[in-house]
Design a binder for this molecule. Structure first.
Ligand code: TXA
Ligand code: MG
Length: 350
C-alpha cells in the first residue's frame, strides 16, 4: 500500500509538538522512522501485531528475523521479559541507555511477529533524546529494526531513510546525522555464558569487565543455507550496496598497492570503481572517485562513515566499491570489519 510519508523536521521551537504527533501515529498503529544514537530505526507498537507487520512489509524483511524492542526504562523492560538475569541487570545499570541490546526470555504479551516466533525478545534503551521522548510520549514499547530496505546499508541520515522507504511508512522524524553509525551490540543473556550475536560499539572486553566470560557467537560470514543460527539475522545478506564490494585488508602500504592493481585490472575490463579510503590513503588516489571513512587509527570514524560511504558511492553508478581495510580492528573497529566483510563479495588479505 502506498503511503504518504510525513516528515517532521526537528527544530527547538516545535520539537515537543512534533515528537508528540509522531508518538500518536505510533499509538494508532502506524510506522515512524526515528533517529537513535546507532542508526535510524523504523518503529511501530511492539505489542500490536498489525503494526509490526507493517514494518516487515515496508522493509521487505523476512518474517523469521526478529525485531529489537525499544523501551525508556528498566520497568518497561520488565513488562516484556520473564525475569532479568543478574548479569543482564548489571549490564543495564552500566550501559543503558546505550548501544547494547539484551536478549532475554519473553512474556506472552510480546507477539510472535515481533520475535520471529522465538521464545526470547531483544530489548534496549537507546541513548538519543528524540528516540527517548518518542518512546515516552507513545507510552508503549517500540519495535524498531534499522530503517532501510532489507539487505541495504543501515541509514545514518534522514535522507537515507527516505531514499529507501519514502511512500512505504507513515512518518519520519529528521533528527540529523547519528552519532555512532553502526548498529548496537546484541548479547544473548539466556545462556549460562552470555553470547555476543552481533558486535557493536560495546566490545567483548568491555562487557567482560563487568560480567566475566562472554562468548562470541557471530562470525563475519553470511549463512544462507543455515536454519539454526542463533540470531536469525545472520542468515541474510546485510549492509550491501548495489555495487560489488571488494575489501582489501592489511597494512597501509600493501593495501594501497593492491588497490592500485585492482583499479588497473577493472579499468582494462571497462568496469567503474569507487573507493572507500582512509585519510592516510586518500592522497594516493587524487583523481579517483572516492570517499574517506576517516583516520585509520580512529575506528570510531570508520563506524560513523562506513554506511554513508557505501550509499554515497552506490549513487554514483559504479560497478565495484573497493574498501581500504587498513583501519584498526580494535573496539568498534571489530564491528566495522564485521559489517564490511558481510557486505563483501571478495576479501583480499595482503
Ligand atoms: O542499533 C540497533 O540495534 C538498531 C537501532 C534502530 O536500535 N536496530 C537494529 O535492528 O539494528 P535490526 O532489526 O536491524 O537488527 C536486529 C538484530 C537482527 O540481527 C536480529 O536477528 C537480532 O537482532 N535479534 C533480534 N531479536 C532476537 C532474538 N530474540 N534472538 C536472536 N537474535 C535477535
Ligand atoms: Mg538491520
Amino acid at each position: 500500500m502506498k503511503k504518504n510519508t510525513r516528515v517532521f523536521h526537528i527544530s527547538d521551537k516545535t520539537y515537543e509538538d512534533q515528537v508528540r504527533e509522531a508518538a500518536s501515529i505510533l499509538r494508532a498503529g502506524g510506522t515512524v522512522a526515528f533517529p537513535t544514537e546507532t542508526v535510524y530505526g523504523l518503529g511501530a507498537d511492539a505489542l500490536n501485531e498489525q503494526a509490526v507487520m507493517q514494518i516487515f512489509e515496508a522493509k521487505g524483511r523476512p518474517a523469521d528475523n526478529p525485531l529489537i524492542v525499544h523501551v525508556d526504562s528498566k520497568e518497561s523492560c520488565l513488562k516484556l521479559v520473564r525475569a532479568i538475569p543478574d548479569k543482564a541487570s548489571i549490564l543495564m545499570e552500566i550501559f543503558w541507555p546505550g548501544p547494547l541490546t539484551l536478549i532475554m526470555e519473553r512474556k506472552e504479551i510480546v507477539p510472535d511477529v515481533t520475535t520471529g516466533g522465538l521464545e526470547t525478545v531483544a530489548v534496549r534503551i537507546p541513548e538519543n533524546k528524540i528516540a527517548l521522548e518518542l518512546i515516552k510520549y507513545a507510552g508503549i514499547p517500540i519495535a524498531a529494526p534499522s530503517a532501510n530496505l532489507s539487505g541495504r546499508p543501515s541509514p545514518t541520515t534522514a535522507e537515507h531513510v527516505l531514499s529507501d522507504l519514502s511512500g512505504r511508512i507513515d512518518a519520519l522524524i529528521d533528527g540529523g546525522g547519528v552519532s555512532i553509525g553502526v548498529e548496537s551490540t546484541v548479547i544473548d543473556m539466556t545462556s549460562e555464558i552470555p553470547a555476543i550475536l552481533r558486535p557493536g560499539k560495546i566490545s567483548k572486553e568491555e562487557l567482560e569487565t563487568y560480567i566475566g566470560e562472554v562468548q562470541v557467537a557471530y562470525d563475519d560470514k553470511v549463512h544462507p543455507e543455515s536454519e539454526t543460527v542463533r540470531s536469525p539475522g545472520m542468515k541474510y545478506t546485510h549492509y550491501s550496496p548495489k555495487s560489488g564490494v571488494i575489501l582489501v585488508e592489511g597494512e597501509h602500504d600493501n593495501v594501497v598497492s593492491r588497490i592500485k592493481e585492482l583499479i588497473d585490472d577493472f579499468s582494462l575490463r571497462n568496469a567503474k570503481t569507487g573507493l572507500l579510503l582512509t585519510e592516510e590513503s586518500k592522497s594516493e588516489f587524487p583523481v579517483h572517485l572516492s570517499y574517506s571513512i576517516g583516520e585509520k587509527d580512529k575506528p570510531e570514524q570508520a563506524a560513523k562513515h562506513l554506511f554513508f560511504g557505501f550509499r554515497y558511492l552506490d549513487e554514483r553508478n559504479i560497478d565495484v566499491i573497493i574498501v581500504d581495510g587498513s583501519f584498526k580492528p580494535d573496539g568498534i573497529g571489530m564491528a566495522v570489519f564485521n559489517r564490511v566483510r558481510k557486505a563483501a563479495d571478495m576479501i583480499i588479505k595482503v
